[in-house]
Design a protein around this ligand. Structure first.
Ligand code: 9WO
Length: 257
């Protein structure tokens, strides 16, 4: 997968691209990230990339032409067609389902705004999708682009060292209906600690019991913390029973979650 990032601060994104799972995915040739700076496509002595907004008000708006030429250069750097994604709070919310869809594409161009944003005519002409990583305002789209790249990189086949870990993480499908679950709790040594004891089932060596307990915890925590993610009517009978048992137990011991 190829990701081109159009940004006045491409070093922001280079930071993400050089470390951890994303860096390793690049080293393994699973992903390539390329930065493009609209400033390099600005003309005139001052190489302006922004101007004051028509209608007045605070802040600056990014000019059409440097952005358009920059996006065009990014497109032409590879023959594969690219969709342009603008990261902004006005976008559709990024979900793990959307991340999975993006991870399957050959290439995307991520457009990062600064100041008050980009001229709306550039958005209308060049942007295919607008995505938001959450309902808050940042000082630019770069951190949102970095979040998207990280989420997409770890889904590239071979990016993670343990191929199981992607499937077991939070937000992987819960059932045939495709509903989503949060992660179960994790424990490591020591078994006995002044902060508590590791649940006995995890020490039992019974892999079926452990898998059932983990799924029950995932179902229960999702139901309690993110009821918007669980529709009990789409759960399998086995999941339903696990959740009912979890809720019966947590009613008698509210400290258990
Ligand atoms: C800046 C500003 C300054 C003065 C008055 C109003 C203002 N609004 C903004 C603003 O919204 N700037 C944005 C900064 C323009 C587009 C890029 N920026 C951005 C992207 N901030 N937050 C995001 C973002 C992207 C994806 N998901 C969540 C947030």
């Amino acid at each position: 997968m190829r990701v081109d990032v159009v940004s006045l601060f491409p070093e922001f994104v280079a930071q993400v691209a050089g470390h951890g799972v994303v860096g390793r995915a690049q080293e393994r040739g699973l992903l390539s990230i390329h930065g493009w700076n609209p400033r390099d496509f600005a003309t005139g002595n001052y190489r302006r990339v922004d101007e004051r907004p028509f209608g007045g008000g605070p802040g600056m708006v990014m000019l059409i032409d440097p952005l358009r030429d920059c996006i065009q250069a990014a497109r032409e750097a590879d023959p594969a067609p690219a969709t342009v994604i603008y990261l902004s709070p006005q976008g559709e919310r990024l979900t793990q389902a959307k991340v999975r869809e993006l991870a399957g594409r050959d290439r995307v161009i991520l457009l990062c705004g600064r100041y008050e944003g980009v001229d709306e005519r550039l958005v209308a002409a060049e942007v295919d999708e607008e995505l938001s990583i959450g309902d808050y305002v940042l000082s630019g789209g770069e951190l949102a682009a970095a979040v998207l790249i990280d989420a997409v990189a770890r889904l590239q086949a071979g990016a993670l060292n343990d191929s199981e870990s992607a499937a077991q993480d939070s937000f992987e499908p819960a059932d045939d209906a495709g509903s989503l679950l949060l992660d179960c709790p994790h424990f490591t040594r020591p078994v006995e600690h002044e902060l508590g004891t590791v649940p006995a089932v995890l020490m039992s060596g019974n892999h079926a019991d452990i898998a059932r307990w983990r799924r029950q915890q995932a179902l229960g925590r999702t139901w309690l913390r993110r009821p918007d993610l669980v529709d009990p009517s789409t759960l399998s009978k086995a999941d339903r029973q696990l959740l009912d048992a979890f809720l019966a137990e947590s009613a008698s011991d509210p400290s258990s979650t």
